[in-house]
Design a protein around this ligand. Structure first.
Ligand code: SF4
Ligand code: SF4
Length: 369
């Protein structure tokens, strides 16, 4: 029961940090050869990983990620090489096992550079599946990922969770304000927030362009109808109209880091895209391994040219994982005028330099470890 309440609270208020204690946890009855899994210290993630590992014997290392989920923390500089190295060095896991192989969630690849972890503490990092529920199958396959394990799928559960995460707090805020001035409108406004969030996360990315206008029209119509049904006059209708416009603006501003349905407006405005330098590519395929949108393709087995193909860059959400991990620095962000953001800059500043994040660079803490 308590677990259920924690799950619900942390799902609705997932924009807030929910830290749990870093350190090492024994899952089942692990021994010195059991796998070592690493995740961030976002309480909901840790509990989901523990639940997913039922029946598995493993060590779970919880690295400090400021109580933020793995993808957001890794992209925003909270879960980087420094945090993972610190966790592997100080959690005591090294004394409990006789190997030095750590499995990280794939979505940590935007922040944690596998090669740097090995250079700093001798642990070899592999990026496991995107979703915790795939870990037992991944371990059973001797750490081989299927295509499905590598891809982010924004399914019904994820969409509903995101709708609750946006619509729930927004509804509470609006309800609180409305309760102070006109309690009649509390329920209609909460319904407006929840229904708009639901539409955004269930059908928004499937709407034709101009989808922001279509969503705006839907929200405006819902707001006006709800206000009218609640007996509101001209001023209330005008307020509801303005509130709906504001809400749509907030919900559709910039999805980068919150959901894979949009690539992030700052990237689109500046036309940054991933550029592959075929001369540097040596066919290591780390990019293929960590890309959550399956943008890369390996050449056919019998092809003499083993270089990777950036075959589906239209799917790219500009997460930067491929750039961070490529050992040959064959990938970079480039804009239409040929301006480049080199891999080192992405590694040092994460995505902050692109204007969307307010989190300080992880670079200073990287040096401190
Ligand atoms: S781009 Fe980099 S990571 Fe991808 S296959 Fe080429 S060398 Fe490997
Ligand atoms: S190609 Fe795009 S989506 Fe794929 S890893 Fe690179 S930046 Fe991320």
């Amino acid at each position: 029961m308590l677990e259920g309440i924690r799950d619900a609270l942390q799902t609705v208020f997932r924009m807030l940090p929910w830290p749990t204690d870093p350190g090492v946890r024994a899952i089942g009855t692990p021994d010195v050869w059991s796998p070592v899994l690493v995740t961030g210290n976002y309480d909901l993630t840790v509990r989901r990983v523990v639940r997913a590992l039922e029946g598995v014997d493993a060590w779970l290392v919880v690295a400090p990620s400021s109580g933020i989920n793995v993808w957001c923390a890794a992209s925003g500089g909270h879960l980087g090489t420094a945090q993972v190295v610190t966790a592997l060095k100080t959690s005591g896991v090294a004394e409990r096992v006789r190997h030095r192989r750590a499995i990280l969630p794939q979505l940590a690849a935007t922040g944690v550079r596998a090669g740097d972890v090995h250079a700093r503490c001798g642990w070899r990092v592999r990026f496991g599946p995107v979703y915790a529920e795939d870990i037992p199958d991944y371990l059973a396959r001797e750490t081989k990922k299927t295509d499905a394990m590598r891809h982010v799928h924004f399914g019904a559960r994820e969409r509903l969770e995101m709708a609750l995460a946006w619509g729930g707090p927004a509804g509470l805020l609006v309800a609180g304000i409305a309760a102070c001035f006109a309690s009649t409108y509390v329920l209609p406004l909460v319904a407006l927030c929840l229904s708009t969030a639901l539409v955004v996360y269930t059908v928004y990315d499937r709407l034709p362009e101009p989808r922001r206008a279509i969503l705006g029209a839907f929200t405006l119509a819902t707001a006006l109808a709800a206000t009218w049904l609640a007996g509101g006059g001209g001023a209330a209708l005008a307020t509801a109209g303005a509130a709906s416009a504001l809400f749509v603006g907030v919900l559709t501003f910039d999805y980068a880091g919150t959901t894979p349905i949009e690539g992030g407006s700052h990237f689109q405005e500046r036309a940054w895209h991933v550029e592959l330098d075929p001369e540097r590519c040596k066919g290591v395929y780390t990019c293929w391994e960590v890309c959550p949108e399956a943008c890369f393709e390996k050449p056919p087995e019998d092809a003499a040219d083993r270089r990777v193909l950036l075959a589906h860059d239209d799917r790219c959400v500009r997460c930067g994982a491929c750039i961070v991990q490529c050992p040959m620095d064959a990938l970079a962000f480039e804009d239409d005028t040929g301006r480049r953001i080199e891999p080192d800059a992405i590694r040092r500043f994460k995505l902050n330099l692109l204007g969307s994040r307010s989190v300080p660079s992880g670079d200073a803490s990287d040096r401190a470890t």
